[in-house]
Ligand binder design. Structure first.
Ligand SMILES: C[S@@+](CC[C@H](N)C(=O)[O-])C[C@H]1O[C@@H](n2cnc3c(N)ncnc32)[C@H](O)[C@@H]1O
Length: 280
């Protein structure tokens, strides 16, 4: 599938450089990856065997967070930036299972994700699903295109899973999130999942250092405290910023809590009266 997409005219893939979306797809058990991605993925997994469990815990968090937002919080609009390659239980599938009228906009800057988004991201007839080819570092462009499908006068859940660690400058990452959140109406939500080394320490740091030599885009680990700052000005929901396997978790078959992974997450609500400046 990946090779077929690379041959389509107008799409530029460098199939000699591994890429985060395709390695992620490999770890999740998908087929949309190249030999170079599998090689890089195996090398990182040899250094840090827990990485595959981490990728799967991230996707499981996505499912629980979207179900919670659509089900318990009544959210009907989602902006998912850093979509990744489609896999089982994508945001629109989870949301529209709860609320068929839910409207979802995906955004990503990887051309391979774009080819799949066009063919795979299909909506229920009652809802809507759109895809924006956009870069997180240009939030206003993403917002302007998302406004074709989403009504920013009403609450939106902004979903930033596994993407902010691809912005190396922490100050820039905070200001991107601030800009995006400012565009949302009060009562909106922000969900973040971000890599850290809080659990596995040096093993995670070495695996990421290796990744940064062979893969794109680069990764920057942040501490749970730095991740918590993304939620400044918002009401962080319980249990706060925790390992994503421990956020409102399903218990293990033995009744225990799942092991922590080096991907920390949180979900927060924009309070009434917070500064709001919708997209132009
Ligand atoms: C690790 S995947 C995460 C996929 C999905 N959100 C998940 O949690 O399973 C990271 C995704 O972010 C995208 N990405 C990275 N940097 C980006 C940027 N600056 N703008 C838009 N997308 C970006 C990659 O192309 C990739 O699809």
């Amino acid at each position: 599938m990946a090779d077929e997409a690379a041959r389509r005219p107008g799409l530029e893939f460098d199939t000699t450089v591994s890429h985060s979306a395709r390695i992620w797809n490999y770890w999740l058990g998908g087929k949309d990856n190249y030999a170079v991605d599998r090689e890089a993925g195996d090398k990182v997994a040899a250094m840090l065997p827990s990485i595959v469990a981490q990728a799967r815990a991230d996707r499981a968090f996505l499912g629980r967070a979207i179900r919670y937002l659509a089900g318990e919080k009544g959210i009907r609009q989602f902006l998912d930036i850093g979509t990744g390659l489609p896999t089982a239980d994508n945001t629109h599938e989870v949301a529209q299972r709860v609320a068929p009228e839910a409207r979802i906009v995906y955004a990503d800057n990887d051309p391979l994700v774009l080819t799949h988004a066009r063919t795979l991201l299909t909506s229920t007839p009652e809802g809507a699903c759109d895809y924006v080819e956009g870069d997180l570092r240009e939030p206003d462009k993403i917002l302007a295109q998302a406004a074709r499908t989403l009504d920013f006068a009403k609450p939106v859940a902004l979903i930033l899973l596994g993407i902010l660690h691809h912005i190396p400058d922490t100050g820039q990452a905070y200001s991107i999130v601030r800009r995006l959140v400012t565009a949302l109406a009060p009562g909106s939500f922000l969900a973040i999942n971000h890599s850290t080394s809080a659990v596995h320490g040096a093993a995670m740091e070495e695996a990421v250092a290796h990744w940064n030599k062979v893969g794109t885009p680069s990764m920057t680990l942040r501490t749970p405290e730095q991740i918590t700052r993304f939620f400044d000005g918002l009401d962080l929901l319980p249990p706060g910023v925790v390992s994503c396997s421990r956020w409102r978790p399903d218990l293990t078959p033995e009744g225990g809590r799942p092991a922590e992974v080096d991907e920390f997450c949180g979900v927060a609500r924009k309070p009434p009266g917070a500064t709001t400046s919708p997209p132009a």
